[in-house]
Ligand binder design. Structure first.
Ligand SMILES: Cc1ncc(COP(=O)(O)O)c(C=O)c1O
Length: 395
């Protein structure tokens, strides 16, 4: 969360005063339609037909998207070795098996490694726009088309980002967003699924609303109702996010302006090399990414006075080698519901090792992020850039 204030307080207080917090209700009875309105506004922002706002976060968005694509036991889904564990967890929660692929220097999924990892049971790819950095969606969609498989974008860390002028989440067959407290837009918790595909939306809607029992349009569904999860959102979340959406253009403009300044002022300076970008304009500007020839040099730079840098290799459950429950096949509350023991998954690629994506680990060790904030003052920006310049020069 970057900006939060009176707008959110006012909108939430309207919901509380109306005493209509359940997301389904009749406007004629004073229901404010906050969740419905956010879904419409979010779909319009992303440039897609449908958005589903969900409790259960981006994880629920990914699960609902995968379920909407009919993915389950017997299927493999390719995920990068560098993403929050939730990306791979969502695959397991629908009964499928995550297969790990390498990232490249952009910190995002390497389309060439994806193509190498596609096997006879691969049904989908999940590119992850980590730290607001856009994946190469053109190359990933080309791979997906060649192999007739689906793409669900994990946009959880990239609310509002884009690639080649088109919003993230609208390139793939579906996209998942997170609005938890650490994201660009926040309601404390929350997530969304976006898609242009009516069938994915319908299946995901049923899956995420305990059989969609409360939805007034349930009769319009073309598939029979099945039981799913209870990921219904609240009017309060909808109200907060509608106000967060109003702030989004300003947040992104400020983050991008600061990132562009770092790059303009430090480009070509001794010791400084930026990570390559698939699309500098579409990047959300959450971080500036520097790359070095070794971990030792990266650590010296990150720790230099005033730089405030950090290495993605240190980001815990964002690195596949730290995904213990997955590496050790500890999934679900009951052995019969563990995808690794399901008979349909027997022939799939179930084995992981801590070193199976060596290029990913190497890149994460040689990269330094400096996290940016849209409300940094001009003095603070200047000081941070100068600290980076001095740190680079002294390497
Ligand atoms: C890349 C990525 N994917 C998925 C998630 C899951 O989102 P949530 O915590 O909202 O379920 C996160 C959240 O941190 C994330 O960063």
């Amino acid at each position: 969360m970057y900006r939060l204030g009176q707008k959110e307080v006012d909108e939430v207080s309207k919901v509380i005063k109306a005493k209509k917090m359940f997301r389904v209700g009749d406007p004629k009875n004073g229901h404010l339609q906050e969740a419905n309105r956010f879904e419409k506004e979010w779909a319009q922002t992303i440039g897609v037909k449908h958005a589903l706002l969900l409790s259960g976060g981006g994880t629920a968005g990914l699960m609902a998207g995968l379920a909407g694509m009919g993915i389950g036991p017997g299927d493999e889904v390719i995920v990068p070795g560098y993403t929050f564990m939730a990306t791979a967890a969502a695959v397991l929660m629908v009964g499928a098996i995550p297969v790990l692929a390498e990232i490249n220097e952009t910190l995002t999924l390497d389309p060439r490694d994806v193509e190498k990892k596609i096997g006879p049971h691969t049904k989908a790819i999940i590119p992850v726009h980590i730290c607001g950095i856009p994946s190469n969606m053109k190359a990933i969609m080309a791979v997906a088309r060649r192999h007739k498989i689906k793409v669900i974008e994990d946009c959880c860390q990239a609310d509002g980002g884009s690639f080649r002028g088109k919003r993230l989440g609208s390139w793939g067959h579906a996209g998942a967003y997170s609005f938890n407290d650490f994201k660009i837009m926040s309601a404390g918790e929350g997530g969304a699924l976006v898609t242009n595909d009516d069938k994915i939306c319908e299946m995901a809607g049923i899956y995420s609303d305990s059989g969609a029992a409360f939805r007034p349009y349930v009769k319009k569904f073309t598939v029979p109702i099945f039981l799913g999860f209870q990921f219904r959102t609240t009017e309060i979340t909808g109200a907060i996010l509608r106000m967060q959406l109003q702030r989004l253009p300003g947040i992104l403009a400020d983050l991008r302006r600061i990132r562009a300044r770092f790059i303009a002022e430090l480009k070509g300076k001794p010791g400084i090399r930026f990570a390559p970008s698939n699309d500098p304009k579409g990047d959300c500007g959450v971080v500036v990414s520097f790359q070095f020839e070794s971990e030792a040099v990266a650590r010296i730079f990150a720790k230099s006075k005033g730089v405030g840098g950090w290495l993605p290799i240190d980001s815990g459950k964002h690195v596949y080698s730290n995904w213990d429950p997955i590496l050790k096949h500890r999934i679900g509350h009951h052995p019969g519901m563990n995808p690794y023991s399901m008979p349909q998954n027997k022939r799939l690629r179930l084995k992981y090792t801590k070193t199976m994506c060596p290029r990913t680990l190497d890149i994460l060790k040689r990269t330094v992020y400096v996290s940016l904030h849209p409300d940094w003052t001009a003095d603070r920006i200047r000081a941070r850039i100068e600290a980076c310049r001095q740190a680079g020069a002294s390497l």
